[in-house]
Design a protein around this ligand. Structure first.
Ligand code: VG1
Ligand code: CO
Length: 543
């Protein structure tokens, strides 16, 4: 089978965002588009030569084609072995685990996460490095710069690989191993959590529901929750991965997982429900009558982590992305452990995890995970919560109430203003940035600004620096308003406004978040004028 060098013209728009390169499917279908980006990765990460590469995706439309291209280019670029999830499927955390387990030099994950799929939808590529984490800012910058100058790529013609048959094939000096996409991941989960106790909790009548939203986690949930833990088969819904995710948007939040949320508010609700996103790295956690906000989930899991087998005696610290509520900070202070604040995007946690400084991490965008892999992990969070329910024997609502009584409650909401023109988004941002120096000590409806900044971060491990990661207005411990631009959208610009208000432990702890945050939302409008400048009465999504 001949390896060819193909002359190509560079595409100028291959700049990776918060999590990889994400574009409309039609963009990826342009001639040589994917090939260019992959060649840029092979060129900028020479350690792939002679080494192993993990390949998988979230199963969306175009996944199989992209995997075919990636394998054909891996052969041509001297990769020794590719390890592929059966059917082309691997969740993001399972891929991260496989990279670590097999000592691979990297991984390609084809996903656009929670973005819609299908021919009209989105597609994406994430490149992870040895150790299982996403390529860092320096490497993605290099890949982007290289993609703009690329003149040729290498590919091997006529490869036939059967993605559905497990086992090893040998092609042109490349070993291709198709693996069960769930097995290794399930074994890892068994090491971390007390499956015996969770099984027992289910046997005694604990009821759960998991909605895979027709994305990648279906096979994982069926194997782990049903086959290994004994939950009834009907506990897993949306468990069959579909190329268009069944037409829905696999974004596990209050808007896109509304049917599940509503079911949990009824009298017949099970004890626990959860959902995950397209590539299985996000989680939505619900108890009967209760939505656990991601910031609270991180804080509560941190508080209980020491009781879970994989973490006993080794909870060293917690990290959260900057916009994530400060609920975890309160727990860290009580436990006497380190608490770090990083820019948005999981890659910023990896150095802290590698150094053993933090054990658990979380983002307000429904992402939670630990040092078991270098990505956030949806099913990990589900199992962690089931383990907590099993060891405490308490309903989730009681655990939340107890937590708020001890630490106070951080009410939190994120308001997304999607598909704005880049000019309008920039106008809102620069107007607020210009005001930052004047905000400290000003008072808004009884809340005084103590600090206002354009968030910059210095990585405590490698000293790398990054600026402009969001504008933050802090009102002491009481509240924060954060504004940042999304780096994952594929249409126009998206602004995210984050609202956090801490209610002290003796305050009103059981209010709906929207109600508790209404006064802060009014202050945010007064300061940012986001509604006025965008001409939007309401955000597209409030979650
Ligand atoms: C969003 C979230 C961020 C998350 C990222 C990738 O980024 O806010 O917390 O890490 O998506 O998640 P942005 O730049 O759009 O705000 V995923 O599940 O797409 O890999
Ligand atoms: Co995701």
């Amino acid at each position: 089978m001949p390896t060819r060098e193909v002359a190509t013209k560079p595409y100028p728009d291959q700049r990776p965002g918060t999590a990889g390169l994400r574009k409309k499917v039609a963009v990826f279908q342009q001639p040589h588009y994917l090939e260019n980006f992959l060649q840029s990765i092979f060129d900028c990460h020479p350690s792939l030569r002679g080494a192993s590469l993990v390949i998988g995706g979230d199963g969306r439309y175009h996944n199989r084609d992209a995997i075919g291209t990636a394998v054909a280019m891996a052969v041509a670029n001297g990769v020794a072995k590719v390890i592929i999830g059966q059917g082309g499927l691997l969740t993001t955390p399972a891929a991260s685990h496989l990279i670590r387990l097999r000592g691979a030099a990297g991984g390609l994950i084809f996903t656009a996460s929670h973005n819609p799929a299908g021919p009209e939808g989105d597609f994406g590529v994430k490149f992870n490095v040895a150790g299982g984490g996403q390529a860092d800012v320096a490497l993605t910058g290099k890949i982007h710069a290289h993609s703009r100058e690329l003149a040729r790529y290498r590919i091997c013609d006529g490869l036939e690989i059967d993605l559905d048959r497990r086992g090893t094939q040998q092609v042109e000096g490349l070993e291709i191993e198709v693996v069960d996409c769930v097995e290794d991941y399930a074994q890892l989960m068994q090491k971390l959590f007390d499956f015996e106790r969770i099984r027992d909790w289910i046997k005694r009548g604990g009821r759960l529901r998991f909605d895979a939203l027709h994305a990648a986690t279906g096979p994982y949930a069926r194997r782990i929750l049903v086959e290994m833990l004994g939950a009834p088969a009907a506990s897993v819904v949306g468990g069959v991965p579909l190329e268009d995710f069944g037409g829905g948007q696999p974004d596990p939040n209050l808007i896109h997982a509304k049917p599940l949320v509503e079911a949990m508010m009824g009298a017949e609700a099970p004890d626990f429900a959860a959902a995950s996103d397209g590539d299985g790295d996000r989680n939505l956690i619900l108890g009967r009558g209760l939505f656990v906000s991601p910031g609270d989930s991180l804080a509560m899991l941190t508080a209980h982590l020491d009781r879970l087998p994989g973490y006993r005696g080794r909870v060293h610290g917690v990290a959260r992305s900057m916009p994530t509520s400060r609920a975890a900070d309160a727990v860290a202070a009580a436990l006497g452990i380190e608490c770090q604040q990083t820019p948005t995007g999981w890659k910023f946690f990896c150095n802290l995890l590698d150094a053993g400084r933090v054990t658990i991490c979380g983002e307000e965008s429904f992402g939670t995970g630990s040092d078991h892999v270098r990505e956030k992990d949806g099913l990990w969070a589900v199992l962690a919560w089931l383990n907590v329910l099993a060891v405490t024997g308490k309903p989730l609502a009681a655990l939340a109430a107890g937590h708020w009584h001890r630490f106070g409650r951080h009410y939190f909401q994120r308001h997304d203003y999607e598909n704005l023109s880049a000019a309008v988004a920039a106008q809102v941002t620069s107007a607020l940035r210009a005001q930052l120096p004047d905000l400290p000590r000003r008072e808004f409806s009884g809340l005084q600004v103590t600090h206002a900044e354009d968030f910059a971060y210095v990585d405590p491990i490698d000293g790398s620096q990054i600026e402009h990661q969001g504008l933050v207005v802090t009102f002491g411990e009481a509240a924060r308003i954060v504004l940042r631009t999304s780096g994952t959208g594929t249409e126009g610009a998206t602004l995210r406004l984050y609202l956090e208000r801490c209610e002290p432990r003796d305050g009103a702890l059981e209010r709906p978040a929207a109600e508790a945050l209404a006064p802060l939302a009014a202050i945010a409008e007064q300061i940012t004028r986001i509604g006025e400048l965008t001409g939007r009465k309401n955000p597209n999504v409030a979650t």
